[in-house]
Design a protein around this ligand. Structure first.
Ligand code: IVH
Length: 668
């Protein structure tokens, strides 16, 4: 075959395949059987192999996933990717509607859409060709995931008009693909994904596009980033345009004239959502006209012309088969409900923490009870209540043990605590949990040393304390279950790398009581080295703003222990870094600001700033932003619906400001 002929043939095949793929993946109306598509695709693959010069960027062969990347490149969004304000009930929605009417009058339309539960992405097209796609990231800077996005068949590599446009939407994993993926993972003994959203996010963050290609992701586009020259006057016209030029949009959208129509749409989809092939977590309501959107404008992080209604967490009924007890790192005994496996919000749930004995009494939970279960924040399983009317008389009341289920020592209830504790410092459960904490992500962050590996190592007596981690050898690790040459080498490298961590990680990892990751950072910043901290007196410790008596006491007591001194010596010998490596803190006295050195508490909903923005700005001006109101608090900033913290501030006579006053002072 001559090159000219090959080129013509390739073009024909590409056009046909792109057409078939569009019909199949975007329109959901295939016109040829799969076998025909596959036959043509193979013909094209062979042709392109023979004549590589006929391969074009929009060829369907470019979707199989290219080379493995080292990392994702960060990209700044041309226009920020904002998020939406939330509504949880009718009142919130009527409130939103009132504000819209106040701003634009009575004549306007809403568009209601399904809120797809995936992850937001942005796609850039130049002269009709797909050039780049990125994740939302923090809204300003995302990650370039072009290669992975190309594997999503409903994303056109070339659109029907040769225009330059940026479009945004939600990439997701259909329920069916999710189930198949997790079934495979379970079969291979791997950890399944918790829900389709995590699976989609995990797939798009694969550095190997060939893996992403296997994940059967899909997308719905829901907006045009910049309407510029499109001539489009409303959001719904924008969606119609997206349809016209070859994108996949969600067809369940509806224009609604009143908030009552919106409520009816919500009610309808609350019922019908189970039948969808993908997960949705709510309904998005947008003012349709672009002029009116402009009139309404934005708050610091979201548009005033749209809101996301979130469905209440799904609740299901199941049987509580038993209550399991486990001892945590600090010796606290935690009861966990073992449930008859049940599907809730997309995953199977079989365990739910019951926190402590009081909760079991309060809810009168008995073994064998029928219980209502939900996932708090759609993630953490929780027993909501029991159904006493369903009792048969066979249910058993649960009795807390008086002895530690792991080491047999007597459990105690420390002053004022609800929790029962095992106070035997040699309790194996506590030691094992302490090891797990040491290697965890927020502490020493040793990848590949998960709970299962630690438990095995501990059981085999290969590690008894955290210093032993640094003595592990290849020969010891290779003998463990499910450890191959590659994972052992990776693990050894991760252990080695952890020696370079800045001091705060080690400090947090040691698990000194009351020292959380935030306090560990403060201590590391203040003292700079482990030795300096070790020598600090209780007075020097409490002189630091965030360190109270209880924590100072606990730190001092820890360093007085002979075992602690020996452990630190061992870690030092192993080469573990004991110095702070981050930036020096700015001292409050060096800052010329009203907030310098003041302890500020934020409470209630802020309108113009997010909590985090307010916190960051205050901290940059030398304030110490704390979570609870006490005598040490200098100032409370109260937003809307401020609750008990505001009451407490008033009772302690702490000055209270509103958001306007805060912004005024921040701007000075
Ligand atoms: S509109 C200015 N429409 O929900 C914000 N978002 O906070 C434009 N989402 O992260 C978003 N389905 O990824 C919009 N039909 C839909 C959506 C949708 C899902 C996600 C979006 C965003 C979050 C809203």
């Amino acid at each position: 075959m001559e090159i000219q002929e090959a080129k013509k043939k390739a073009e024909e095949l590409q056009t046909l395949l792109n057409q078939y793929s569009y019909e199949y993946y975007v329109l959901d109306q295939p016109s040829v059987p799969d076998s025909e598509y596959d036959r043509l695709l193979h013909e094209l693959i062979e042709l392109e192999e023979q004549f590589p010069e006929v391969r074009t960027p929009d060829s369907p062969t470019q979707r199989v996933g290219g080379d493995i990347l080292d990392m994702f490149v960060k990209v700044e969004h041309s226009l920020p990717m904002l998020s939406l304000g939330n509504a949880f009930n009718e009142e919130d929605l009527r409130d939103f509607d009132r504000k819209v009417r106040q701003a634009v009058g009575e004549s306007f339309m809403y568009v209601c859409e399904l809120k797809i539960d995936g992850l937001a992405v942005t796609l850039q097209y130049e002269n009709g060709y797909f050039k780049r796609g990125a994740t939302r990231g923090d809204g300003t800077i995302g990650e370039d995931i072009t290669e992975n996005l190309k594997t999503i068949k409903s994303i056109p590599l070339k659109i029907k008009e040769p225009i330059t446009i940026e479009v945004r939407g939600e990439a997701f994993m259909p329920k069916k693909s999710f189930e198949a993926l997790n079934a495979g993972k379970l079969k291979r003994g791997e950890e399944p994904f918790a829900n389709p959203r995590n699976a989609a996010a995990g797939s798009l963050r694969q550095l190997d596009p060939k893996l992403a290609a296997k994940r059967n992701l899909d997308i719905f586009l829901y907006s045009i980033a910049d309407f510029g020259e499109t001539g489009v006057r409303s959001h719904s016209e924008g969606l119609d345009m997206l349809d016209r030029i070859g994108f996949k949009t969600n067809k369940e959208r509806r224009r609604c004239a009143t908030i009552d129509d919106v409520l009816a749409y919500i009610e309808e989809w609350t019922e019908k959502r189970q039948d969808l092939a993908y997960d949705i977590d709510g309904i998005v309501i947008k003012v349709d006209s672009l002029d009116q959107q402009e009139e309404l404008g934005f708050t610091a992080k979201s548009p005033r012309w749209a809101i996301a209604y979130k469905f209440p967490a799904e609740e299901v009924v199941t049987t509580l088969k038993d209550i399991e007890l486990s001892i945590g790192r600090t010796g606290v005994l935690t009861p966990t409900a073992l449930l008859e496996p049940v599907r809730v919000a997309g995953t199977t749930v079989q365990r739910a923490s019951l926190h402590n004995e009081d909760l079991i009494r309060e809810k009168d939970i008995r073994i064998g009870d029928q219980v209502v279960v939900k996932k708090a924040g759609d993630i953490i399983p929780e027993v909501v209540n029991v159904l006493p009317e369903r009792r048969t008389g066979e249910e058993k009341e649960f009795v807390m043990p008086t002895e530690c289920p792991e080491c047999g020592s007597e459990l105690v209830r420390l002053d004022g605590e609800v929790a029962l504790r095992c106070i035997n410092p040699k309790c194996p459960a506590q030691i094992r949990e302490g090891l797990i904490h040491f290697v965890s992500r927020t502490a020493m962050n040793i990848d590949g040393l998960g709970e299962k590996v630690i438990s095995q190592l501990f059981q085999e007596k290969l590690i008894q304390d955290v210093a032993d981690i640094y003595k592990l050898t290849y020969d010891q690790l290779i003998k463990l279950e499910r450890m191959g040459d590659k994972s052992v080498n990776n693990l050894l490298a991760a252990i080695e790398a952890s020696k370079e961590n800045s001091l705060e990680r080690l400090l947090f990892g040691l698990g000194i009581r009351h020292v959380g990751s935030k306090a560990a950072k403060t201590l590391a910043q203040e003292f700079g080295t482990m030795d300096a901290l070790r020598k600090a007196s209780r007075e020097e410790l409490t002189a630091i703003n965030e360190i109270g008596e209880k924590m100072a006491d606990s730190i001092a007591t820890y360093f007085e222990l002979e075992e602690a001194a020996a452990l630190l010596e061992e870690l030092k010998t192993a080469g573990v870094n004991m110095d702070y490596k981050g930036a020096k803190p700015v001292r409050a006295e060096d800052i010329d600001s009203f907030f310098a050195g003041k302890t500020v508490v934020l409470t209630g909903k802020l309108q113009q700033l997010t909590r985090n923005e307010a916190k960051e700005q205050l901290e940059s001006l030398g304030a110490n932003v704390s979570g609870s109101v006490s005598k040490k608090t200098d100032l409370v900033i109260a937003g809307e619906d401020a609750g008990s913290k505001l009451d407490k501030a008033e009772s302690l006579g702490v000055p209270v400001w509103n958001e306007e006053k805060l912004i005024e002072e921040l701007n000075k």
